[in-house]
Ligand binder design. Sequence first.
Ligand SMILES: *Cc1c(COP(=O)(O)O)cnc(C)c1O
Length: 227
Amino acid sequence: MVTIAERLDNAYGRIEKAKQNCQFSETVKLLAVSKTKPIADIEAAIAAGQTQFGESYVQEAVDKVVHFKDNKALEWHFIGPIQSNKSRLIAENFHWVQSVDREKIARRLNEQRPNNLKPLNVLLQVNISGDDKKSGCHPDDVESLALFIHKCRQLDLRGLMTITEQTNDKQKQLQYFQQMRACFDRLKHQYPQLDTLSMGMSGDLETAITAGSTMVRIGTDIFGKRQ
Ligand SMILES: *Cc1c(COP(=O)(O)O)cnc(C)c1O
């Protein structure tokens, strides 16, 4: 059987290879997406040197953050849809939230982030394909939402995130990722401190890196298929 350490190694190898053929100089981070996976799998990834983890379901995620609270090297990212009645748990437990897509949620996270914690790192989620079923804000709303988050004292705007539809049309996929990079570059012109463009998953990380991703979110290829 292939171990989690070997799969992680393989994923970092794919990132490295994709970086060699791309025109962007930023390093690409790997977020290990451990949703639905047991503590033992996360421990195996930590033992292999992984420190950044992504989770999508609030209660499950908080249980894991609490379990690993003594390990200060770890960084937890919330990447799932946010219901407003769950925003407090996210504000109190996470280092990053990648799925902010409306003002109401940003306002709540800002109010609920405890003052003794550093500001919550925020990525604005963009629905780049304009697909109605997907979460994420419309590309036209990026600027005003970014300004709102920028003004929130307990939030630190770090960049953008997108989930693109899974398609076999690699050309279309590449175009969406390139549109995201262009959107990120425009925003970075206004807020030079932005450093994170989160896009690409197990199936399309090479395409995302070619287009200028700075963080890929990998679940299946590290921890195996989810139920
Ligand atoms: C589950 C999930 C991932 C990981 O997807 P894989 O295809 O398993 O690599 C990445 N990003 C988000 C937002 C997810 O919910």
